[in-house]
Design a protein around this ligand. Structure first.
Ligand code: BG6
Ligand code: MG
Length: 223
């Protein structure tokens, strides 16, 4: 793991890290699972975190043995409907939906002079950051539509370090998903996980909740 003194920037996942939106993705995918006849389980819900829209749909179809039951056009319609349902659920997002402690953490990073970028698989990320009033804190948002591979591939976190103009060795990546932690580790950044330590056991640093994430606490875990 890098030394805290080597850190110059932070690459943030959005859903479940900055915004309390992972539960809305889960709710909307649950409706899709019901519609296609796949049993919804906590394991499926956890495994979908961080996974792109079409890959998530494929996982839901595979989990129920329905991979062959839908044409490409039908899959696109299902994904479109999920996104519509998801956008309904997040239509009233405000600053109050920033996860506990994250606004203060982001402000403290800015005050020290570190840079920040966003590495979210979500095509809704720019709109959500706007709703939360956070867009201007970040030097850039990786556009997931331009990626060849989604998480757990490292590409998105490599691109997030590029936006910061930093070598990945100087970056901490923050994630709430196992796929995202694998992506950060593959990119050569220090991985900070938020959530259950047993699910996110590959992370360099584990925090049970966003409320505990401060620069002081990160430094303590890195020394
Ligand atoms: C990730 C979420 O951030 O974005 C996933 O963790 C979601 O649950 C993915 O499927 C893609 O999001 P969107 O908004 O482009 O469908
Ligand atoms: Mg997430």
């Amino acid at each position: 793991m890098a030394k805290f003194s080597d850190i110059k920037g932070f690459a943030f996942d959005l859903d479940g890290v900055i915004a309390d939106t992972a539960r809305f993705h889960g709710e909307a995918w649950r409706q899709t699972a019901d519609e296609v006849g796949t049993t919804w389980t906590p394991e499926l819900a956890e495994g979908l975190k961080g996974i792109s829209r079409m890959a998530s749909l494929q996982m839901i179809l595979d989990a129920g043995g329905h991979a062959e039951d839908f044409s490409q056009a039908a899959k696109e319609a299902l994904a479109e409907k999920k996104n519509h349902n998801y956008q309904q659920l997040i239509s009233t997002l405000t600053e109050a939906d920033i996860l506990p402690g994250m606004k203060a953490f982001i402000e403290s990073i800015k005050a020290v002079g570190y840079t920040m970028s966003v590495a979210s698989a979500s095509k809704n990320a720019p709109m959500i950051l706007d709703h939360l009033g956070l867009t201007n804190y970040f030097v850039g948002i990786v556009d997931p539509a331009t990626l060849k591979h989604g998480k757990p591939n490292p590409e998105i976190f490599v691109r997030a370090a590029d936006l910061l103009n930093l070598n990945p060795a100087h970056v901490i990546g923050l994630e709430d998903s196992a796929a995202g932690i694998t992506s950060i580790n593959g990119a050569g950044e220090t991985s900070l996980a938020i959530g259950q330590a047993d699910v996110l056991s590959d992370a360099d640093l584990n925090f049970a909740s966003t409320a505990e994430i401060t620069l002081v606490n990160i430094e303590a875990k890195m020394t």
